[in-house]
Design a protein around this ligand. Sequence first.
Ligand SMILES: NC(=O)c1ccc[n+]([C@@H]2O[C@H](COP(=O)([O-])OP(=O)(O)OC[C@H]3O[C@@H](n4cnc5c(N)ncnc54)[C@H](OP(=O)(O)O)[C@@H]3O)[C@@H](O)[C@H]2O)c1
Length: 273
Amino acid sequence: MAEAVEEIAVGCIGAGKMARGVLGGLLISGKVPAKNITVSAPTDTNLQYFRARSCSTTHSNLEVVSRCHVIFLATKPHIIPTVLQEVSSAITPNHVIISMAAGVSLKTLEQLCPVGTKLLRISPNLPCVIQEGAVVFSRGPSAGQKEADMLKCLLSGCGMCEETPESYIDIHTGISGSGVAYVYLFAEALADGAVKMGMPSDLSRRIAAQTLLGAAKLILQSGEHPAKLRSDVCTPGGTTIHGLHELEKGSLRATVMNAVEAATKRARELDKR
Ligand SMILES: NC(=O)c1ccc[n+]([C@@H]2O[C@H](COP(=O)([O-])OP(=O)(O)OC[C@H]3O[C@@H](n4cnc5c(N)ncnc54)[C@H](OP(=O)(O)O)[C@@H]3O)[C@@H](O)[C@H]2O)c1
């Protein structure tokens, strides 16, 4: 595949939340023009979003494979075998197949595709849609540096993107794919605490979100360990240490670690089914 990324015909089988996240990132960043994108799904429910953005849409997964070289698989994990059985005969050595299905290993994908198919596996998260995603990917034995570079270039439109060993992919699902939901729960609780103390709900929600955003940016920009930044905010005998003591009593740290472990294990289980 010698063409520049903006000339690549990109397809996506499945049109739900994560297809929107990843393709939305590609579209907003201008990495791929809408005219080069084709998306399929059985119903019009989610295709509407892509039509409104001038992408081609179809109910035929085979049409996506025949029109596009780079194809994202964005159905729920249990649908992946059905989809690949359906399109396998149309997959050629020119195709690059990229699965975002949680818990579906490269080995499983290999078994469902023709021998030698260029396969990559990504673990994205929802903020890809605003180009603030955290994506990791791994490649199968037939995908080379060229395919990895192409994917990295495409996904740089979605936020951070790093190649990792495949054993990290399920962990990424635990910390980041699912992690987004933990952060929303924390944001909700932070805002509810302020509502309890008398602040209007809308204002407390915005302040909670900005607090998370600012704190996260400071970790990334300072390069400091979160524990150091946390200790910097703790005046002896001050407000923060009193608040932190309550979080420690509620075992926040152990609970969050348990959540990452549970989601990672669940992702690993999905591949065994
Ligand atoms: N959501 C996340 O935060 C997240 C994070 C990381 C990874 N993932 C992975 O991303 C994948 C998609 O998740 P999601 O949350 O986007 O799911 P979703 O919103 O339920 O979307 C699934 C899509 O698949 C389509 N579909 C169902 N059967 C199909 C078939 N036979 N052929 C083609 N398309 C079919 C659905 O069609 P209709 O539109 O007609 O219903 C829908 O558009 C999953 O494998 C998940 O593990 C998700």
